[in-house]
Each structure stands twice: as structure tokens, then as C-alpha cells.
Design a protein around this ligand. Structure first.
Ligand code: ASP
Length: 346
């Protein structure tokens, strides 16, 4: 017992001398909180019309309010995440569900995942072509199957068995995304080295092909859920699967640390295990969410050559946006209903 007390005091002393930001964060308690993104990329004000900007802001606000209301009424973070992501998946503005980007073959193949921080349970789907709301299918994989990740035909079969809403693949057609594919195919005709590929990805996202969506919520019971849904990257081939359905890369949640949803160039997020890395830094190094997110996105991911960002929150309701791109569609709302809504870097 004495030993335990001594250990606690040593911990208090050693962590008591960390940064001021950590001190202030630990006193900032939120009963519940919610944070979302609608994709990161070369989002510049000069490329945006006031109408477009207003449309994105309105949809992000609508989505976060849905989740916030669930949390405020004592609902679970998993319901908040699923319902919030539905709004974004059902909007053609974002690269998820209705607005999913096109593959090289001219299809829409969607990936999604969800994870609950109280039990480290998770569900994910990849390469789904006919399920209206892939985030709900990911939830069903988590709760109604013995598996974590289902793909392609099998995932669709499971969706049917679960009575999920199945749509004709043409539901996912949007002219804007189809034209983006044509433009990229034109550009692709030249062989590209790595740097050019980065520029190519930037061109991809500049042309509004970004827009993966994600949400992390903390409920009144202290449970964190994180979820991510995407159409992947325009012109992807060979049943490419990105980071969004990969637990630890695109999505991670642990009540002991934080919940994270990623967006960006998926291959780098997989290699960097970005979402889990942020949680692991908090767990093993005892740093704050802000410090962990900055280190992983601004240093580790950037050094790898990856671009993108994350939204995250910790068990106290501290919320963080972190990205190394020009912008990220993002919003957060605390238990007082205070909305932070941003697009560009500040
Ligand atoms: N991370 C997604 C993917 O690589 C794309 C994105 O977030 O824009 O599939």
C-alpha cells in the first residue's frame, strides 16, 4: 500500500512538471464532447466560392448538432458517431457514401470503420459498393459478427443478411466526382516519380476529391467512440484499400487515452499507424493529446512524406484538430454547445 502511494506521488511529481497546456487541459472537464472532419487537403480560400463554403459549413453544423443532441440527451457515443456520419455520408459534398470518389474502373468502393473505447471493440468494411451507409455496416460487423474487417462481396452479403439499406451502385454517381476521375486519368498519362506523385495527390485533392468524413465522441458515461467513412482516393485500382477501415491507422478509440479519426493519403497513415500511434504516445509517454497529435502529424507523418490530418478527443473532453495540409473541413462542439467550425489553416 505504501509502495503504491509512493508510486502515485512520484507519478504526480514527474507529470506535474509537464507543460502548462497539459495542466490547463487536465482542469478543463467536458461532460461530453464531439468533433468531426470532412476531409483534409489543399483547401484554399482562393479556390472556394462563398456559396460552396457556406454549403460545407451548413452540412458540418447540421451533422455535429445531430451527434451533440444525442450526447446531450444521455445517448451513447456510438450512436452519436453513427448518426453524425450518416448526415455526411448522405451528402454529395463529402467523399463518403453519396459523394464517394470513383475508382480507375469507374466504380465507387467504400471503406469505413468504427471503434469503441470502453472495450476496444471494432468493426470495419472495405470495398463496399452497394450499402448506403457504410458506417452502419461497420457497426454491424462490430456488434453482430465475430470479425473486425469484412470486404467486397462478403461484406455486401453480410449487409443483406443484416437487413441493411442496399442501393443500386448508380446511387453513388455524382457528376463532379466522375469528372474528377476523367481529369486525373488525363494527368496520369505521364510516368510520375514520388515528388510528382505528391503533387498529383495535391492536384487530386485540390480538385475537390478530398472529403473523407470522421467523428469522435465522448458520452456522459465517459465512453469514447471513433468512426471514419470514405470513398478512398480517386482513380484507385486493384481493390485498393486505404487507412479508413484499418483500425489503428484511420480510426482508434481507447477510453484510457483518446479517440482518433484520420483523413489524408491513406498509404502513409497505414505505414505510420497514425491513430494508434497518438494513443500509444499518450499511454506510454504520458503526454497530452495535443502533444501526441502534433508529434505524430507534424513530425512523424510529415517525415514519411504523408499528408492529411486527424480529429481527436481525450477522456476529459479535450479536443484537437491537427493537420499538415492547407485545410481540413472540421468542427467541434463541447458540452456547452459551443461550436468551433473551420476550413482553412489559421
Ligand atoms: N484516407 C483516405 C484514403 O486514403 C482518403 C482521404 O482521407 O481523403 O482512402
Amino acid at each position: 500500500m505504501k509502495k503504491a502511494l509512493l508510486f502515485v506521488s512520484i507519478l504526480t511529481i514527474s507529470f506535474g512538471c509537464t507543460t502548462d497546456s497539459k495542466k490547463s487541459e487536465s482542469t478543463k472537464q467536458q461532460e461530453f464532447a464531439i468533433i468531426i472532419h470532412g476531409g483534409a487537403g489543399t483547401i484554399l480560400k482562393k479556390n472556394m466560392t462563398p456559396e460552396k463554403e457556406a454549403a460545407y459549413k451548413a452540412k458540418l453544423t447540421e451533422a455535429i448538432q445531430v451527434g451533440h443532441t444525442i450526447l446531450k440527451n444521455g445517448g451513447t457515443s456510438i450512436d452519436a458517431v453513427e448518426e453524425t456520419i450518416h448526415i455526411l455520408e448522405n451528402s454529395p459534398l463529402f467523399n463518403a457514401g453519396k459523394g464517394a470518389v470513383f475508382t480507375h474502373a469507374g466504380n465507387n468502393e467504400m471503406d469505413a470503420s468504427i471503434m469503441t473505447g470502453n472495450d476496444l471493440n471494432a468493426g470495419a468494411v472495405a470495398g463496399v459498393k452497394n450499402v448506403k451507409n457504410p458506417i452502419s455496416l461497420a457497426r454491424k460487423v462490430m456488434t453482430n459478427s465475430n470479425h473486425v474487417l469484412l470486404s467486397g462481396e462478403g461484406a455486401s452479403l453480410f449487409a443483406k443478411e443484416q437487413g441493411m439499406e442496399i442501393v443500386d451502385p448508380s446511387y453513388f454517381y455524382t457528376e463532379r466526382r466522375f469528372q474528377s476521375l476523367q481529369k486525373i486519368k488525363e494527368q496520369e498519362k505521364t510516368e510520375l516519380d514520388h515528388d510528382e506523385k505528391s503533387a498529383f495527390y495535391d492536384a487530386d485533392i485540390k480538385d475537390s476529391k478530398f472529403g473523407t468524413v470522421g467523428c469522435v465522441a465522448l458520452d456522459k458515461n465517459g465512453n469514447i467512440t471513433a468512426g471514419t467513412s470514405t470513398g478512398g482516393m480517386t482513380n484507385k485500382r486493384w481493390n485498393r484499400i486505404g487507412d479508413s477501415p484499418i483500425i489503428g491507422a484511420g480510426t482508434y478509440a481507447n477510453n484510457a487515452t483518446c479517440g482518433v479519426s484520420s483523413t489524408g493519403w491513406g498509404e502513409y497513415f497505414i505505414r505510420g499507424m497514425v491513430a494508434h500511434d497518438i494513443s500509444a504516445m499518450m499511454e506510454y509517454k504520458g503526454v497530452s493529446l495535443k502533444e501526441a497529435a502534433q508529434e505524430v502529424i507534424q513530425h512523424k507523418l510529415t517525415k514519411l512524406g504523408g499528408t492529411g490530418g486527424i480529429v481527436a478527443l481525450d477522456s476529459k473532453g479535450n479536443m484537437v484538430f491537427e493537420f499538415n495540409t492547407a485545410g481540413m473541413y472540421r468542427a467541434s462542439m463541447n458540452d456547452q454547445g459551443e461550436l468551433v467550425l473551420k476550413i482553412y489553416k489559421e
